[in-house]
Unconditional design. Structure first.
Length: 483
């Protein structure tokens, strides 16, 4: 008995004599905290089981799930402004089609050289331009990995060569809907089909119609793969004039809202003049509108669309009545912008930080959360030049698939923009979405010129300048002075 006591006493003294390193203890503490801060997804309902329903999360039960919620959204739930429904797992497996996967595994037209500069050789393909391999690459070059992830997010939209979507821009005060304006987005991706203009990532025209009796506001953007400054024009419907503006103006709020062009699909910004850094993986709640894939068909015009040629059916599939809390009152006391019929699921995210090097860029710092499986930007948190929280932006996406599962397409449902400084909010609510195969290259590219921003008359249509555009002369090669 005495020998046993001596044995344990020696062990105890030996333990006390071990060196204690504060850093080691701190590291262990952090690891343990990281492990315990994640809410157990098992406690969330599995809605694939018959009779199971999503769990409502609000200020009452938030402490049990706050580790899965974007930090900047937590105060909104605590105050009762935001509430949502959550479940354990997305009921369907989000997966790209086999052709997309094969293309991704092949050699890409895009690559980064040893200095981290993007190099391009030929046309981009339908698929991700970069294979995201393993954590070794993430650790070796966080900046390079961040850029690869963000270029992969753009691939969803250049898939067929052109993109067309209609939306309603809703704007709310703290308690009610203030305005709603219809609009549209048209993009052509020259790098998908034009050898001559393959250095251009996209040309984009955004329309916003403030009145049925006046011409819409329009913006035209030329964005490039290189570090070349993007070209942006805006129209003045009253004066029937077009003026060139700067790329940083894409972060300015659109008329009557707090949403900008760079907020479309959460992140439609450029990688020029920013330091991009991948920080970590993080499990967060991600919202989804649908519990299954949507039907996808190709129209006679060569467009991949949800549903069929029946516009009303497409709208019914993309949306549903009582979409927002100001209509449904599903979450009593919550803000009017809260989406009524989405479900949040825990999913793995890439956290990426973009620090602007342009002193005139209002989006001084952006933190973007990209779903690692979908490779889509879900959340964006924006800070101003004083380091203050400015905006919280998030998007909801669906996946559409043909009946044979051979072709799949990403469909943006809506984008919410919360201005935390002005205490206002806006929503891009997309009512239709199509990815189309371009027709005649010259006609397609000529449709995206500065003269197309005004509702031209017949005499302008027959002008020498318009004829040159129709012949394929690039507007970017002409004078950049205001028209």
């Amino acid at each position: 008995m005495l020998a046993a006591c001596r044995f344990f006493f020696v062990i105890f003294v030996s333990f006390l004599s071990l060196p204690v390193h504060g850093d080691d203890l701190r590291e262990v503490t952090l690891v343990n905290t990281k492990e315990t801060e994640q809410a157990d997804p098992v406690s969330l309902p599995d809605i694939s089981v018959s009779g199971a329903h999503p769990l409502r999360i609000d200020e009452v039960n938030l402490p049990s799930y706050s580790s899965l919620l974007l930090n900047e959204l937590i105060p909104l739930v605590e105050s009762g402004e935001f509430a949502f429904s959550a479940a354990k797992e997305l009921p369907f497996h989000w997966r790209v089609d086999d052709d997309w996967l094969r293309t991704t595994m092949n050699e890409s037209a895009l690559r980064f050289d040893g200095e981290g500069v993007l190099q391009q050789s030929g046309l981009v393909a339908r698929g991700y331009p970069f294979r995201l391999s393993d954590e070794q690459e993430q650790d070796a070059s966080p900046s390079l990995f961040a850029k690869k992830v963000l270029y992969n997010t753009a691939a969803h939209y250049w898939a067929n060569g052109t993109l067309v979507t209609e939306f309603t821009l809703l704007t709310f005060s703290e308690s009610k809907l203030e305005s709603e304006y219809p609009g549209s987005i048209r993009r052509v991706y020259p790098a998908r089909f034009s050898e001559k203009f393959s250095q251009q990532l996209f040309r984009e025209i955004v329309d916003l119609r403030l009145s049925p009796t006046f011409s819409p506001l329009r913006w035209l953007t030329f964005r490039f793969f290189s570090d070349q400054e993007e070209l942006v024009w805006a129209n003045s419907p009253a004066l029937q004039k077009v003026r060139r503006i700067t790329g940083v103006n894409r972060s300015d709020a659109l008329y009557g809202s707090n949403a900008s062009l760079d907020d479309i699909f959460t992140w439609s910004g450029a990688l020029r003049d920013v330091d991009a850094v991948y920080e970590k993986k993080q499990t967060l709640f991600v919202p989804f509108r649908h519990k299954d894939q949507l039907p996808l068909v190709r129209t006679q015009e060569g467009c991949d669309v949800v549903g069929d040629d029946n516009v009303s059916q497409r709208r019914e599939l993309l949306g549903r009545p009582l979409e927002w809390n100001f209509e449904s009152r599903k979450y009593l006391g919550a803000a009017p912008w809260v989406p009524s019929y989405v479900i949040f699921y825990p999913r793995e995210m890439f956290r990426i930080t973009l620090q602007s090097q342009n002193p005139y860029q209002p989006y001084a710092r952006q933190v973007i959360y990209v779903d690692s499986e979908m490779q889509l930007p879900v959340y964006k948190v924006v800070y101003d030049n004083q380091g203050q929280l400015w905006k919280i932006v998030f998007s909801v996406y669906s996946q559409a698939s043909t009946s044979d599962r051979k072709t799949k397409m990403t469909v943006p449902d809506f984008t919410v923009v919360l201005d935390r400084k002005a205490q206002t909010s806006s929503i891009y609510d997309f009512s239709s979405f199509a990815l189309c195969i371009p027709g005649d290259e010259q006609e397609m590219l000529a449709a995206y010129g500065p003269t197309k921003l005004i509702d031209v008359k017949e005499d302008l249509e027959s002008s020498e300048e318009t004829k040159k555009e129709a012949a394929g002369k690039d507007p970017a090669e002409k004078s950049l002075d205001p028209l």
